[in-house]
Design a protein around this ligand. Sequence first.
Ligand code: 0O2
Length: 215
Amino acid sequence: MKKQDKRNSAVQTWEEVTFLYTAALKDINTKIEILNDEFQRIHKYNPIEHIKSRLKTPESIVKKLKKYGQESTIENMVEYVNDIAGIRIICSFTSDIYRIAEMLSNRPDVDVIEVRDYLKNPKPSGYMSYHMLVTVPIFLSDRTEDVKVEIQIRTVAMDFWASLEHKINYKFEGNAPEEVRAELVECAHMVSILDDRMLLLNEEVQRFGNANNGI
Ligand code: 0O2
């Protein structure tokens, strides 16, 4: 699902980039917290375990532009680097991932540009996560900027896997030995099985609770 990016950004300096993407992170963080509170009020539980947000470092942005064969200019950063502002939402169950994604997509002030479902289609590394590229409007005194934010939604178990895999890749500079990579793929399968079983267990416990409530 890809919508045309119609933004015609007037961002010209690194200081402006930092300001705008920080504002977008604050904005989307608040929106997510409100969704979580609303969910808690209606369904009596928090789908979100925790939220992490970060601005991509200048070094990382330059590296990505190089990968895309683009020069390191402010214009190219804004145009090509989709994860300058990144938010990671960690939840307990895979069903929560889709609930949160749907709630976010339904907001009139969040425009979904692209979705990558690495739960349905895990990466060859074994990586699983649900990615949404969205824009949120940032209202300035003289104009409105639609700022891109990459949202990654995953379970606690997927996050555990991704953070170890990231450390391993860093240690081996992206060239981990074959047996280590195979072990990571195997662990990713186990994460998937664990997530499925925990979801079923939770559903059973919920039914048990409801049956008892009815007595
Ligand atoms: P960091 O340090 O997290 O910011 P693209 O060039 O857009 O087609 P890209 O950038 O790989 O491809 O996009 P994708 O697949 O949506 O992944 C973006 C982010 O997802 C990555 O950001 C990682 O955070 C995470 N990710 C993707 N694949 C993997 C993986 O195999 N293992 C782990 N641990 N994380 C992954 P960055 O920019 O790589 O780095």
